[in-house]
Design a protein around this ligand. Structure first.
Ligand code: ZN
Length: 215
């Protein structure tokens, strides 16, 4: 999760934190004619206001000047606030567990020809948590080879996919915050043992449309 100093992102300021902010707006389709120059002028203000309106905000919520919600929706944390707080960094989708079988391993047993996510082996029932804040795009038992699964549509525009769960504890449409429990590790679908298979897809991406998971 990128951290910038929120206090450096202000109208009239020139700073590398402004550059990061501009890049995030441009990445989401909001044009800044001069590009990510690092200067917060009228063009950046317009792009920011367009992004804010796209969130459904109006009035002072869409004035082109970022507040905490704007930064959060763009996926930024405040570098001044350290790692604490409700939207703080989540180290693992399975707290306390590391990757046991990584993304990208080539193997013809996968339809995509490679392992499309990171695996976290853990006993059935181990909690899994949201790696970022966002909305649950789906949560059902219809994952096929992925068994009980759910998709977290995160505030950085990515879909994080949690597979093979034994239990789902959030419904489609639920708003969740980083670190919130979503369900439990299991062995549903096509598996040899209990683990979380965790994918990082672009918003709306399907099977194989993935990157090495990061958040
Ligand atoms: Zn896997």
């Amino acid at each position: 999760m990128p951290a910038i100093n929120f206090a450096h992102v202000k109208f009239g300021e020139r700073d590398s934190c402004v550059t990061a902010f501009q890049r995030a707006l441009i990445e989401r389709g909001h044009r800044i004619p001069a590009g990510a120059t690092g200067y917060y002028g009228d063009q950046t203000k317009s792009a920011c206001a367009a992004f804010q309106r796209a969130q459904g905000w109006s009035g002072s919520g869409a004035d082109g000047l970022p507040g905490p919600q704007t930064f959060a929706r763009l996926g930024f944390t405040d570098s001044r606030s350290g790692s604490g707080g409700g939207s703080g960094r989540v180290a693992s989708p399975v707290p306390g567990r590391s990757v046991t079988y990584p993304y990208g391993v080539r193997n013809s047993r996968y339809a995509a020809g490679f392992h499309t996510g990171d695996d976290y082996a853990a006993p059935t029932g181990t909690p899994v948590v949201a790696v970022r804040s966002g909305t649950i795009a789906w949560s059902n038992d219809n994952g096929g080879a992925y068994g009980k699964w759910l998709g977290l549509r995160a505030d950085n525009g990515r879909d994080y996919v949690y597979c093979h769960l034994s239990a789902r504890e959030v419904r489609t449409g639920a708003r969740v915050s980083a670190g919130q429990r979503l369900g439990r590790v299991g062995a549903t679908g096509n598996v040899t043992g209990p683990h979380l298979h965790f994918e990082d897809r672009p918003r709306g991406g399907g099977y194989g449309d993935v990157r090495d998971p990061r958040w």
